[in-house]
Design a protein around this ligand. Sequence first.
Ligand code: ATP
Ligand code: MG
Length: 403
Amino acid sequence: MKYDRIVVRYGELSTKGRNRKQFIKKLAHNVKRAIADFPEVKVFGERDRMYLLLNGADDQVILERLQPIFGIQSFSPAVRVPQDVEEMKRAGLELVRAMHQPGGSFKVNARRSDRSFELDTNGVNHELGGYILQNIDDLHVNVKTPDVKLLVEVRSEGVFLSCQTIQGAGGLPVSSSGRAMLMLSGGIDSPVAGYLAMKRGVEIEAVHFHSPPYTSERARQKAVDLAGKLAKYSGQVQMHVVPFTAIQEMIKKQIPEGFTMTVTRRLMLRVTDELRKRRECLAIVNGESLGQVASQTLESMLAINAVTTTPIIRPVVSMDKNEIIDIAQRIDTYEISVRPFEDCCTIFTPPSPKTRPKLEKVEHYESFVDFEAMVQEAVNMTETFSVDIADVNKVQDEFSDLF
Ligand code: ATP
Ligand code: MG
């Protein structure tokens, strides 16, 4: 039997009372965008379930597309038949037969939201179970750990049957929690931070600092490719590439060596915050992780963070490097992050930056330069463009030619 629909079960959003409608709308929007090249598939976001009517589209491809979408707890390819016991038996038999391996077990798991149906759940289990058992050789019932579980849902609009429940990505629908600026380096941590923020419904715009000629076109491309991997979860990501050379040269010239790292971070944050204001985002996300490097001590964070009161979300702050790498591998950013290109911070980093920079000293050294004008200039010169999944596939093909 060919599946004619996919039933999508919502994640946490089912508990979100008042916002529920909004959440379902966002999720439906994200699902439609992910399958935009299948116009025949129709998406219906109902109160407690979403249905995708396949209208002949390849169910395997559509199932794959649903996998990374946040806000989905699980989903099942299914068929709908009328509320008719004979039709239910026929459809159930076909579904179990398609999944059955010789010697295997099964169980029918019925649910009924339409109380007016002639059979209760036990009745459905018995009728269908008995019929299927009679008609497939070498099959037995196992209620605890069946190989095949036939789900039957009797609802007023029809009876839904399915043999497969696939785990979804969890989280909340992207953009249901507002928009934030992600500080995206070419490293391992910041793309993971971006992914985790997106998982909680945050829509991301990426900011990348580059310092030509000290950093190359390839370093910049790395960040763009990482943004493309994140675009998988939201369809597209706005990318802002900030020219940072002038600021970095000024810091190198004017700021005592032990403080350059702190001042550099403060200026990155100021530029990001200015972009955030102009783009009307609500927060900043970065990949800082406690204790990894000199800029990631609590003392450093205090001195760096002092330039803004904007909420800064640090999704990987308390994770071990191994844990971060696991996620990076899972979301396919790791291979890009370890490409050996220079980073704009490392080039100017002194051999021994202060791990406990005093805020008064930092502010004192900065006061000799009109950094505010430089921040505005950098923001004005920022290049903004959109990265989507299709672009990135193209770029990666070009890259594979180069290596
Ligand atoms: P990552 O692996 O994300 O580069 P990291 O462990 O190398 O992190 P740092 O280089 O100290 O740590 O950077 C801390 C955070 O500052 C990064 O996670 C990122 O959010 C931000 N950041 C660093 N460099 C850049 C850059 N060139 N452009 C944008 N953001 C940056
Ligand atoms: Mg880095």
